[in-house]
Design a protein around this ligand. Structure first.
Ligand code: SAH
Length: 213
């Protein structure tokens, strides 16, 4: 579990890459520059940790591409102390980036194997998320709502209603919507009933599946 000068150097190159691809928020870039992504990946892929690419993790899932993580995080506009809900904990990388921004992080994962692995791993490297839940992200987390932001890190065939309902007024939902490829969509809650919708770039995510496993 080492984070060497070499890792730190590669990470700064990664930050430069995603900046060149269009990420502007300095706090997000700083957070990407801090999280030791190589520790979130299986050893066979270590040399790939600081390329701007998605990679396989346990249970047939992937750790998202750093650019995608930065893109979604930028859209959330996280302020220190914000309550953020993530759907799809996976490796915990996105959760760690949110922790670096000072968010109180809640995250749901439907794969038990991943849930267990990541629940042990994150505190071990110093990321104290508020709550990790083994459950179905389509339902959100009503007992801890409302949230300042919700980020869905799997491709959603449609926008689950509970997630919109669990936003604070002014809160933001960042969700990739679609089947084969997904359009990044941002919802901003204006009041009880009204949401502003922004449709942005296309991405490819693993699917958001119903029910836990
Ligand atoms: N945020 C992760 C990327 C995970 S990939 C990271 O930074 O590594 C998407 C994850 O969403 C997978 O782990 C998958 O198991 C999970 N997932 C899929 N459908 C889900 C659902 N309905 N509820 C919660 N998690 C789900």
């Amino acid at each position: 579990m080492k984070d060497t000068f070499r890792h730190k150097g590669l990470r700064q190159l990664l930050v430069r890459t995603i900046k060149r691809k269009g990420i502007k928020d300095e706090n997000v870039l700083k957070a990407i520059g801090k999280v030791p992504r190589h520790l979130f990946m299986d050893s066979g892929f270590l040399e790939h940790a600081y390329q701007d690419k998605a990679f396989p993790i346990a249970a047939d899932q992937t750790i998202s591409q750093p650019f995608t993580v930065a893109y979604q995080t930028e859209l959330l506009k996280v302020k220190k102390g914000d309550k953020i809900l993530e759907i799809g904990t996976g490796s915990g990388y996105q959760a760690a980036v949110l922790c670096e921004l000072g968010a109180k992080v809640y995250s749901i994962e439907r794969q038990q194997e991943l849930f267990k692995k990541t629940s042990k791993f994150l505190p071990k490297i110093g990321y104290n998320v508020k709550k990790l839940v083994f459950g179905d992200g389509y339902k959100g987390l009503p007992e801890d709502a409302p949230f300042d932001g919700i980020v869905v890190t799997a491709g959603a065939p449609y926008v689950p209603k509970p997630l919109l309902n669990q936003l604070k007024i002014g809160g933001r939902l960042v969700i990739p919507v679609g089947q084969d490829s997904q359009r990044m969509t941002l919802y901003i809650r204006k009041d009880e009933k009204e949401f502003e919708k922004h449709e942005l770039d296309y991405f490819r995510f693993v699917p958001l599946l119903e029910d836990k496993n």
